[in-house]
Ligand binder design. Structure first.
Ligand code: UD1
Ligand code: CA
Length: 451
């Protein structure tokens, strides 16, 4: 059945105490709202509608970066979850199929759980809601099930003491026929303790019409919603723990798992070794058998089989290491291809460059890629040797099997096989150092006496 995903992301998230809307706070390097959208991918939604309100101008680009086909709808006033869902009615006008509602601040719902909700719909329930047994039901809406019939949801604020004793709580997620959902939402009012239009009221409204409703349950950990910085930090801890377990199960060696930090999309091959204190930003792939040594930071890069990175290396977006390439300590690589077996072992910056296969880059080499206005490229051929402390003033190229002398400032192209020397010639003055020491010593003695 065709499915549309509706993501509620209009709230400010007052308790985050932040200028950033709550749903844009990152978890594993991706905004919370992206995690919610990713859970929904289980049902391969034909349409995704994100309800944005508070700072919608910031939410919109983040949503579109993840899914350029998503539709953003503005909820100018946050009048409640029911009102929020109803804002999607226009964007889904004429949509024939189911709608699944997820919350932008609830990042852990597994695709499997969403698929089970879709299955419950397929099995004949008119409205399916996701519930969980709460260890501490607190402020959650309570799901009232009587004689096996799911009758309604009552918000904690509106509940009687008997209702508050219910531990089956509402996660907020709904699956229903889209047209039916919007129909029901048209009928609900806001006569309750919060003066809001509650999405949860569709159960009672639906039952009144003779529709069937059922509860799909999941583990409480999945429905964890983020409302405060403390909850976000706890969520990050849980997220990292899950990623570490996943990496270990995939056959990755983590020597000190608790010190390695992953992003939502980090992909690491079997038998790769990740040493302690490594941080992965978004968009990193590390192939089988590569080694990332301690204290390295990687983002937006690809490390091939058998390559070795670090310790203390930084790979920035666009860094591409071919098989057996080596990037050593205190080396930064950005937007650069390091071809097979090439080595950049010590204290270098390689940016906007291509380093040919088996080329050696000496310690302290820098590609001077930025003139203050524009970035320029450095192209180095295969089997070349770049002497230590070479400044490569881009745009510039060094050919195959070419060499640059240590300490050179290279600002003109070096052809294949050539040696480029670009430094002052050494002058040696016999005895001059001793004379200079004596002179300086005398000057210091004179000054000390005067003081
Ligand atoms: C909601 C449920 C409650 C459930 C709980 C689970 C209702 C009435 N209550 O309560 O039963 O136990 O979630 O966490 O649905 N939002 C909008 N526009 C609005 C209002 C909210 O986009 O006008 C968004 C928020 O940004 C948030 C989500 O909807 O992402 C949930 O809203 P929130 O106010 O946090 O609902 P709860 O009071 O937690
Ligand atoms: Ca909430």
């Amino acid at each position: 059945m065709a499915t549309a995903l509706i993501v509620l992301a209009a709230g400010q998230g007052t308790r985050m105490n932040s200028d950033l809307p709550k749903v844009l706070h990152p978890l594993g390097g991706a905004p919370l709202v992206v995690h919610a959208m990713a859970s929904g991918r289980a049902v391969s939604p034909e349409k995704t509608v994100v309800i944005a309100g508070h700072k919608a101008e910031l939410v919109e680009p983040a949503v579109l970066a993840y899914d350029p086909d998503a539709t953003i709808v503005h909820q100018t006033e946050q009048l409640g979850t029911g009102h929020a869902v109803l804002q999607a009615a226009g964007a889904l006008g004429g949509f024939d199929g189911d709608a699944i509602v997820v919350f932008g601040d609830t990042p852990f719902v597994s695709p499997d759980t969403i698929a089970r909700m879709a299955q419950a719909r397929a099995d004949g329930s008119d409205i399916v809601m996701l519930g969980f047994e709460a260890a501490d039901p607190g402020r959650y809406g309570r799901m009232v099930v009587r004689d096996g019939q799911f009758e309604r949801i009552v918000e904690a604020k509106d509940a009687t003491p008997e209702e508050l004793a219910i531990i089956l709580c509402n996660s907020g997620l709904v699956a229903a026929d889209a047209a039916t959902l919007f129909d029901l939402l048209q009928t609900i009012g806001n006569d309750n303790a919060s003066g809001e239009y509650y999405l949860t009221d569709i159960i009672a409204a639906g039952r009144k019409r003779g529709l069937s409703a059922s509860v799909v349950t999941c583990d409480e950990a999945e429905t964890l919603g983020i409302n405060t910085r403390a909850e976000l930090a706890r969520a990050e801890t849980l997220f990292q723990a899950a990623k570490r377990t996943e990496a270990l199960e995939n056959g990755v060696t983590l020597i000190a798992p608790d010190t390695v930090f992953f992003a939502f999309d980090t992909a690491i091959g079997r038998d790769a070794v990740i040493e302690p204190n490594v941080v992965f930003g978004p968009d990193v792939t590390v192939e089988s058998g590569a080694t990332i040594r301690a204290f390295s930071h990687l983002e937006g890069c690809h490390v091939s089989r058998g390559a070795i990175v670090g310790p203390y290396a930084r790979l920035r977006p666009g860094a591409e290491l071919a098989e057996g390439a080596k990037v050593g300590n205190f080396v930064e690589v950005k937007n650069a291809m390091i071809h097979e077996g090439a080595k950049v072992n010590h204290l270098s910056y390689i940016g906007d460059a291509s380093i040919g296969a088996h080329t050696n880059i000496g310690a302290g080499t820098i590609t001077c890629n930025y003139d203050g206005f524009m970035k320029h490229r450095t192209e180095i051929g295969e089997g070349a040797f770049i002497g230590s402390n070479t400044m490569l003033v881009a745009p510039v190229s060094v050919g195959n099997e070419a060499m640059t002398a240590t300490g050179s400032v290279i600002n003109r192209d070096v052809p294949d096989g050539a040696l480029a020397l670009a430094r002052a010639r050494q002058e040696t003055k016999p005895g001059m150092a001793r004379k200079l020491f004596a002179k300086l010593k005398a000057a210091k003695a004179k000054r000390d006496k005067g003081a």
